[in-house]
Design a protein around this ligand. Structure first.
Ligand code: SF4
Ligand code: SF4
Length: 389
């Protein structure tokens, strides 16, 4: 019965996926969204239509540099008009940037909704395998395919570093963007990574599918995972700030940015190669890019230490069966069981697997450790038992 329900959910999810893909295809902005289309043989009308804007919008943007913009004849080739190519390109780029920013705003708003919904599933222990699978598919389709790889937590963090190094001009907007990711990460450990990052979700989906034979319970040791990420981050900072060589505007993360999978117009040979390796690795290792490279992964791991909601274990209920440790795709639950300091434990991707796996309800993704203290609940249960007898 349960298996049938799972199969039905997966079929529904595939149908939903196809529908969303069709929708995405009709909604996806033209390739020119990133690179404006321009030719001097075009007229104002054809230039506007090729770039998916109206002539009115185009002339409005052009009027910033050319006061005569509104008087230009619309059916004449651009060659014969007294406007520089640079001014046409600047007008188009402004319009495209505006469209991109409204897409970003939508992505950010959706991200907040999805993270809240995820928390509402995890807190009352309602994350079933099929719910998780559906959520990951939805994340890849909506934030990846439809919104073109937005939100991009890695980019938010890298651009913040670049702004600090003086390579970005709109530092305030960049800082605000990172602030949203920071607030959501403080709400619950890695809720952003676990539930709304499209590239993280894609890796996890590949890990969930039995594509290659793997030793299922292999978990990358946390010291290796965090060590690699820190080394790459140090190298990136040295390049950006020119501490080792001359400063470069392009961070090493951007040169192999896997999020470009969702915006193919920006794909390069190097990125395609890196992507292939990461995606193949994903079928044998849980989120390899997140665990080995992603700089936002380090940042959110630091925030995990003070995050309000995170996995907590009620020792009074725990029978030490370690089903939660087995269900956890990383060493996070092992860290929780080891006890000791609450700080700097292995990273938790807020997947909720540990919470669902515990038959004693001893694990909870929760705000306050006292709320998982089962002793009070036990006492009430024992008193109720005695009364019945
Ligand atoms: S750690 Fe993974 S899930 Fe988190 S931002 Fe990086 S790529 Fe996305
Ligand atoms: S199973 Fe592991 S990664 Fe998932 S919520 Fe629990 S501790 Fe975090």
């Amino acid at each position: 019965m349960c298996e049938r329900a799972t199969a039905t959910n997966r079929i529904l999810c595939c149908v939903l996926g196809v529908l969303v893909l069709v929708l995405a295809d009709s909604m996806r902005p033209a390739d020119g969204d990133l690179e404006p289309t321009f030719s001097t043989e075009m007229t104002i009308e054809s230039l506007a239509s090729e770039n998916d804007v109206s002539p009115r919008q185009l002339l409005n943007a052009l009027s910033v540099h050319n006061t005569c913009a509104w008087e230009l004849p619309q059916g004449v080739d651009l060659t014969y008009l007294p406007v520089d190519r640079d001014h046409w390109m600047a007008a188009l780029e402004t319009l495209h940037a505006e469209r991109h920013s409204s897409r970003s705003a939508l992505a950010y708003a959706l991200m907040v909704v999805c993270v809240s919904a995820a928390l509402l599933l995890i807190l009352p222990r309602k994350v079933s395998r099929s719910a998780r699978f559906l959520a990951l598919v939805g994340t890849v389709l909506v934030f990846g395919v439809i919104l073109g790889g937005l939100p991009n937590p890695m980019d938010a963090f890298v651009r913040f570093l670049k702004a600090l190094a003086g390579h970005e001009s709109n530092a305030v907007v960049i800082a605000l963007g990172l602030l949203v990711f920071t607030a959501l990460s403080l709400l619950g450990s890695k809720l952003v990574c676990g539930w709304v990052c499209p590239f993280g979700a894609l890796q996890e989906l590949l890990f969930a599918l039995p594509l290659l034979k793997r030793k299922r319970d292999f978990k990358l040791p946390f010291m290796i995972s965090i060590g690699c990420r820190i080394l790459v981050l140090i190298a990136a900072i040295m390049f950006l700030f020119g501490l080792a060589v001359a400063p470069t505007e392009l961070s090493i993360y951007e040169q192999a940015d896997p999020f470009r999978l969702f915006s193919p117009a920006q794909m390069t040979g190097m990125i395609a190669g890196a992507l292939m390796v990461i995606l193949i690795l994903s079928s044998v290792l849980f989120r390899p890019f997140c665990q080995i490279l992603c700089p936002f992964g380090i940042y959110s791991w630091l925030l995990e230490n003070v995050a309000a909601n995170r996995p907590r274990l009620d020792q009074s209920r725990c029978t030490k069966c370690e089903k939660c440790v087995k269900a956890c795709p990383t060493q996070a639950m092992q860290g929780v069981h080891a006890g000791g300091s609450e700080f700097f434990r292995p990273g938790c991707w807020a997947c909720g697997a540990c919470v669902s796996a515990c038959p004693e309800d001893a694990v909870a993704f929760t705000l306050d450790s006292s709320s998982t203290d089962g002793s009070a609940k036990r006492e009430v249960e024992e008193r109720a038992d005695q009364t019945e007898k």
